[in-house]
Design a protein. Sequence first.
Length: 484
Amino acid sequence: MSQEADAGGWLRLDPRMLAVAPAQEIVRFIPLLIAAVIAGGRGGGQWWWLFGALGAVVGLGVLRWLTTRYRVTAERMELRSGLLFRQHRSVPRDRIRTVDVTAKPLHRMFGLGVLRIGTGQHERGRNGELTLDAVSSAEAERLRAVLLDRSTVAPSTLDGPAGGGVELARLSWAWLRFAPLTVLGVASVGALFGGVWQLLNEAGFDVTDIGAVRGAVDWLTGRPVGVVIVAAAAVLLVTGVLGALVRYVEAWWGYRLTREPDGTLRVNRGLLTRRSVSLEERRLRGVEVDEPLLLRAGRGARLNALATGSGSGDRSALMPPAPRAAAHQVAAAVLRTPAEQAPTTRPLRRHPLAALRRRLVRAVTPAAIAVLAFWAAGARHALPYWPAVAAAAVLLPASVLLAVDRYRNLGHAVAGEHLVVGSGSLVRRTVALRRSGIIGWRVSRSVFQRAAGLATATAVTAAGAGAYEVRDCDLTAAIALTRS
């Protein structure tokens, strides 16, 4: 569906949003609709206020379409919206860092998408974003090309892979084994279960009326506490694994990472909600390989981009949880280095043993305080002695192992044009940062670091977290980094 601009070059949102916007609002009102149906059934069908609310939702959608305009000039992207409270937002095109196109199921039914233009600024709007909800898929692709200021654009749609690009990675179903090794599955299931439980309670529905639930409750009644705990843990584990698998498939279905002819890295993914994220390569400052504890145990990792204006989270994700070797291989491809010379696999320079002592002190001290507190409580007969014994047997060895692991993962290296920094234990991180993207250095030394002959060199950059620390290296190495 083509659009015509007015005399000033202003365009409206796609008129098909008039069907999508009310449907989206109705979905949000589903809990209220259920409550209204129950209340209406009990109160003689007085639902007039509900139909009035739905009419208002439709009217607001029409009003938003009538009052929203956007245009792209040679220098700026502009957006006007609002009736009583008019807004005119304007962003210089040279500050645009990312273009994110998302299409939820309702949008896909009508061939629409939501275009989010990221600037990396936080002082205006939501993280400096301009959002067009909704435009046609063809218009979203046109705007992506224009806003990223490239003359050649690979044809692409939200429901198909980008054409003409060089493929760097695509989804392998063997990677699905890494889905249960993330904590998001259990968290998602817990949040969903809690929300459904609350909704049913508010609707006056007793969950125990369900035969399977009633049978489970009857079986657990009178059982030992240990059996109940084991059964609950088993249910949580199974549902968590299933939830993680479902979430992984929905988020990464059709995943494909390509290097486009227009100078961007493009990630396409999603089953129900399709998403296309474009990052300009000239804004790329490096990559980060993350290995959370569970993923690390399964030899898995995640790969994120460090690009100016991309921030963190889903927008910076370059690939799903995958084999560690695959993450390093894709990191090398993204950084345009041979796979065998991937900066993220370079051996790191070990830091002095004084850094190990600092980690031992930091990790063991809290555990020792906890053991002494339990022991003191036992001496005063406030608690039995077994908590102190258990804490000494578990916390102290665990803290020592944590400190040693943190030291083993600590290090740095200069690999060609990249600075490589390793750190962490519960989440081991390896950052490969382009030295040309470092805009400044800061060397700091605490009282304890001076006593141990150590220093922390911080590389300041406009990408990712904004600063990356080479912690507890010797002072000579810290100064050498600032001069490299």
